[in-house]
Design a protein around this ligand. Sequence first.
Ligand SMILES: [Fe+2]
Length: 503
Amino acid sequence: MNTPLRLVSLSLVALLAGCGTEISRTSEVTGDTSPEQESSGQGSADTAVEDDTAVEDTTVADTTVEDDTTVADTTADDTTVADTTVDDTTVADTTVEDTTVADTTVDDTTVVDDTTVVDDTTVVDDTTVVDTTPPYPPAVTVLNPSTFPSPPYLMWVTQTAVSVRWETAAAEPGVVRFGYAPDALTAGYSEGVSRTTHEVRLEGLLTGSTIYYSVGTEAGATPVKSFRTAPADGAGDAFSFVVFGDNQDGPSNFRGLTPRMAAYDPDFAMSTGDCVQNGTRGEFRSQLFQPLTALASTVPFLVGAGNHERYSDSGASLFNEYMSQPDDEHCFGWRYGSMFVLFLDTENSVDPGSPQHICIENQLGSEAATSATFRAAVFHKPPRIEFWLGGRLAFPASMEAPQVRNILEPLFASYNVNIVFNGHNHLYAHTPELPNGITWVTTGGAGGTLDTQSFFWRVGTWPEIDTQISEFHFMHVNVVGSTMSLEAVAANGSILHSFSITP
Ligand SMILES: [Fe+2]
C-alpha cells in the first residue's frame, strides 16, 4: 500500500486521505532450492491505517445553492468534516458534529434522503455514490497501458470500493476517471502529487454495479475497462472466482493462464503467494503485473504473501508498496457475498499469543465470518507436501509448515473453516474433507517450475491427499447457494480435477 489516495464520495468532498503505513518485520528466507527458514517475524506489526472515512480539516456547509438544488441535513456516515475546500462548492458556516454535515448545498446536485451524491448522478436508496467532483475533463490523448512498467490492476473490491493501481516510469499526478457507462466517465480524481506507483481507492461506489474506468493523467487516459463491485447483502449467494499461486519466475507460463482466467469472467481473484521470485521491483513488473493485466485490469484480486516476496526484501517492503489490501496487508479478513476469506502470512508466526494468531482468532470470530455460508482461508504454505524439487535431501521440515498442521488446522476446525487454498508446492493437490470438516487445496502451478512426481522427488507420504497433478493450472470456483464447485483448469483449458463442497 502506498500512501493511499482515496476518493471519498461523502458529502461532495473529494480529497486525499493519507494513510501513513509503517511495517516492520524480521524474517529470514532462503531459496526454494535450498533449505528454508521459518520467519521469526511477528505479523507485520505497527501498521497504522486510518479510518477510510476520516476526513480532517474540512469545512463544509451553508453552501451557496444554485440551480434549484436543495440539500439539507445530509449525513456523512462515520465522517468528520471541517475546514476544507470542495471543488466548485462554496462552503461556510458548516456544522459538523459526529459525522453529520448540516445545511450543505451543492451546485447541480441532487440529494436524496440522508444520503450523498452528486452531479447528475443517479442516487439509489441510501447507498449511493459517485461523482464527488464535477464532470471531469476528458483526456485528449489515449495512453497505451502496455508501455507502463505496471499496467492498471485492481485490488480489494468491496460492495462500495476498489483500489485502482498502476505504475508509470515518470513521476506524475495520476488521474482516475470513472462512471457507470463506458462513454460516461463523468467522475474523476487526480492524485494531486507526483508519484510513480499510483494508488487511488474509489469509495462510495454503487453496490453490485459495473464500474467503468481509465487511468492516466490530466491529458491522457488508458482505454476504458470495467469491473464489478461486490453484491448487496442477501444477493451474494451466487458468484465465481479464480485462485492461482506461485507464478513466480514463470511469466510466459503465467501469461498463458491469465486470459483463460479472465475468460471465466470471475468476480474476483485470489493468489496463494510467491508472486515473484526474489521480490525485486523489476520482478513485480515483469513476473506479476504485466502478465496479470489480462485478468487484474478487470478483476480485482487479493494475495496471501509467500516466502519469495521477501527473498531480496526481508521486510516485504515492495510487496507492501504494490499491494492494496486491508489492515496490515498480511493478516486480514474479507467478505464477498456469502463467503468470508481469511488471508494470512505463513512467514510470520502463528504461535498462540503471536500478533498473527490473535488476528486470526479475531477475524474468524467476527460477525462477517460467523454469519457467512462459507469460511475460506488463503495462505502460502500447506500443511502437507509429498513431492518437492530436490526430493528428501532438499526438504527440511519447515518447508512443509508443520505449524499449519499443528496450530492452524485445529484452530480452523474450531471456527468451522470449510476450505483452505495454499501454494508453495508447485503442483495441484487435493485433500478431501477431513473429519475436522476442512478441505485443503494446493494450487501452486501458475508459472514457476513444477514439482514433479517421482521417486527422486518424493519427500513424504500423506494418505490425506487423494489427488496430485503436476501441471500448470489455476482454480475456477463457482458458488451457488450452499454449494461450492471447484475445478483445476490446465493451461490448455482442460479440467484436471473437479469436486464440490457444502458447508
Ligand atoms: Fe513458496
